[in-house]
Design a protein around this ligand. Structure first.
Ligand code: FAD
Ligand code: FES
Ligand code: MG
Length: 280
């Protein structure tokens, strides 16, 4: 049982929740994730990233978007309540080194897992240029946090309500076309965004790491639910990733697999809203 110590709503459906988890706080590294079970040993297991941690007090911070049944249930918990189980840290840490100039791209909720990577890249001595994007101003998160670590921050929104009216690939392309071009790039966000970031960087021969968020169940390499095709080989995102060479990922196959349980998820989501008396 992990006690919730604070909760903050960051945007329409995005919540920041800090929970007691001293062992994970001390061990987690950028790029790793946890598996959370909200209410019981039989509840759905969902992967989330530790966006931040405080080793002095032994807490981790999760930032999540309420998109379906389980994340909505988590969003309804309050400080003082408990989360039944948290397993982690899982997955491989991000490969951090002094590359030179690194462009980090985050879309939507992907901005939260990108934050520890931005911190670590900066700490390793890189010049870090960050691009964050969202559909609209209300959905943008982590601007202040990113400003503290980024050498440059470009904000884009689909509707132009904040920053540039553009998709993240536009400033990414400009950075790639600049001289000198970036030595490394990282993208975390919706699969389609990562797919187009990979295509953009490939054109300029700039390497890109993407963090894949596939369906996961055990998170330890046993169920095969998270499998993807990378460079023609089957990989398990939970143990081989979650980060991969974006130029080698078969995004079409991954997006198809992520829709596998859509009908059941929508059914659960609807049932959860009826049970909890929520309106939409
Ligand atoms: P559902 O209605 O069940 O699902 C909504 C969508 O979420 C699905 O269509 C599917 O694409 C995805 N999803 C559903 N179940 C799972 C599952 N068991 N595993 C993975 N994806 C699933 N989200 C955040 O908001 N913040 C994070 O920091 C974050 N980090 C992640 C790190 C990793 C390594 C992975 C794999 C995913 C991460 N996610 C994160 C995504 C998060 O796990 C899903 O949004 C969540 O599981 C949705 O569950 P739900 O029941 O609320 O919604
Ligand atoms: Fe089961 Fe990766 S989540 S093998
Ligand atoms: Mg679910």
């Amino acid at each position: 049982m992990n006690k919730i110590v604070s909760k903050k709503q960051l945007s329409a459906d995005v919540y920041e929740m800090t929970v007691e988890a001293p062992l994970i706080a001390g061990a987690r590294k950028a790029g790793q994730f946890i598996i959370v079970q909200i209410d019981s040993d039989w509840g759905e297991r969902i992967p989330l990233t530790t966006a931040d941690a405080d080793t002095a007090v032994g807490t981790i911070t999760m930032v999540f978007q309420a998109v379906g049944a389980t994340t909505h249930k988590l969003a309804l918990k309050e400080p003082g309540d408990h989360v039944e189980n948290i397993l982690g840290p899982l997955g491989n840490p991000t490969h951090i080194e002094k590359f030179g100039t690194v462009v980090c791209v985050g879309g939507g909720i992907g901005v939260a897992p990108l934050f520890p990577i931005v911190q670590a890249m900066k700490k390793a001595g890189n010049t870090v240029k960050v691009i964050t994007g969202a559909r609209t101003k209300e959905l943008l998160i982590f601007e202040d946090r990113m400003r503290r670590f980024a050498d440059e921050l470009v904000i884009v929104t689909d509707d132009g309500s904040c920053g540039r009216k553009a998709l993240v690939t536009e400033p990414l392309k400009e950075y790639c076309a600049g001289k000198p071009k970036p030595d490394m790039s990282v993208a975390i966000g919706p699969p389609v965004m990562m797919k187009f970031c990979a295509a953009t960087t490939k054109e300029f021969d700039v390497p890109i790491m993407v963090s894949l968020n596939t369906i996961m169940i055990d998170g330890t390499g046993m169920c095969g639910g998270c499998r993807v095709t990378v460079g023609g080989e089957t990989k398990f995102v939970c143990v081989d990733g979650p980060e991969f060479d974006g130029h080698a990922v078969d995004f079409e196959n991954m997006m198809l697999r992520m829709r596998s349980y859509k009908e059941k998820e929508d059914e659960d989501h609807h049932k959860c809203h009826v049970d909890l008396g929520l309106d939409n």
